[in-house]
Design a protein around this ligand. Sequence first.
Ligand code: PHE
Length: 361
Amino acid sequence: MTDLPALQSGLLSEIAVADLAALEAVRVRALGKQGEVTALLKTLGGMSPEERLVEGPRIQGLREAVTEAIATRKVALEQAALDARLASEKLDLTLPAQAAPQGSVHPVSQVMDELAEIFADLGFAVATGPEIEDDWHNFTALNIPETHPARAMHDTFYFPEGADGGQKMLLRTHTSPVQIRTMMTTPPPIRIIAPGRTYRSDSDATHTPMFHQVEGLVIDRGITLGHLKWTLETFVKAFFQRDDIVLRLRPSYFPFTEPSAEVDVGFTRDKTGRRVIGGAEPDGWMEILGSGMVHPKVIASCGLDPAEWQGFAFGCGIDRLAMLKYGMDDLRAFFDGDLRWLRHYGFAALDVPTLSGGVGA
Ligand code: PHE
């Protein structure tokens, strides 16, 4: 005969100190299919009615006592685990605000602020235009007619035909349409930059379907390539915060500028071999922007007389500028919204770039 009281007190004292895993082991060992208590219950079938009358309640009692002890212990363990978690994950809302995690300014926003600050000092205002553009402002007025191969080069996202009374609508492929909108609404002289989002159907480590550009436009009397070169040099030196910057203007082609130049900035290498923008004797060149003298046809299509008004324009990738200045190497991470990336590369909200205080980190 099994000593039921001994079995019960043995099980109960095991249960009293068990953790969740041990508790489950006890349950299986006592109440599982092959369990000790289960085996006892099975013996009831072979007993005489009189015997069963005595043993039945004793064995059932044992089963109930063990079942209940396991349930009680389980609730206590789960409550303790919850308490521990609540204690370790608690947030003290009475702490001073500075100690709590704060939001940060995205590097693209920061660089846009830096650009606005640098160009404001040179007398440039900030202009904007719509991201949903019509075909005329994005292409035609910029001397890119319907059949021009540059339209294919731009991998344009078009809206379904007829979405806006016949005008073909699209996501602007560059910030250059803001040149047109500004010339059509503002009498010269004009000095503007136009930072903003642009879109092309393109995606890899260095291209995202949405990216950022800044356009620059100057329209006045007697503007020459010399003004363009000086402005770009002054801008790049202020942006990278060093004077030993060498720019290289390479002849290029854009339909809306003539002549056109792509601009490279010289880099040198630090001790670890990393590229660093600047250095009087560059080890190599990185392309940073496209530019040129505004094409007379573009000036004319905005209703200005190209014999009287000339100017220069440039367009520059902002994301790339941010990467070169702050050292990120994958463009896609810019738009993943990963908080760890933002905490690492973001800027404090009150760290507003100013020329006197600095336009760097
Ligand atoms: N819009 C051109 C581009 O996206 C850049 C550019 C702007 C070139 C202004 C010349 C003048 O590639």
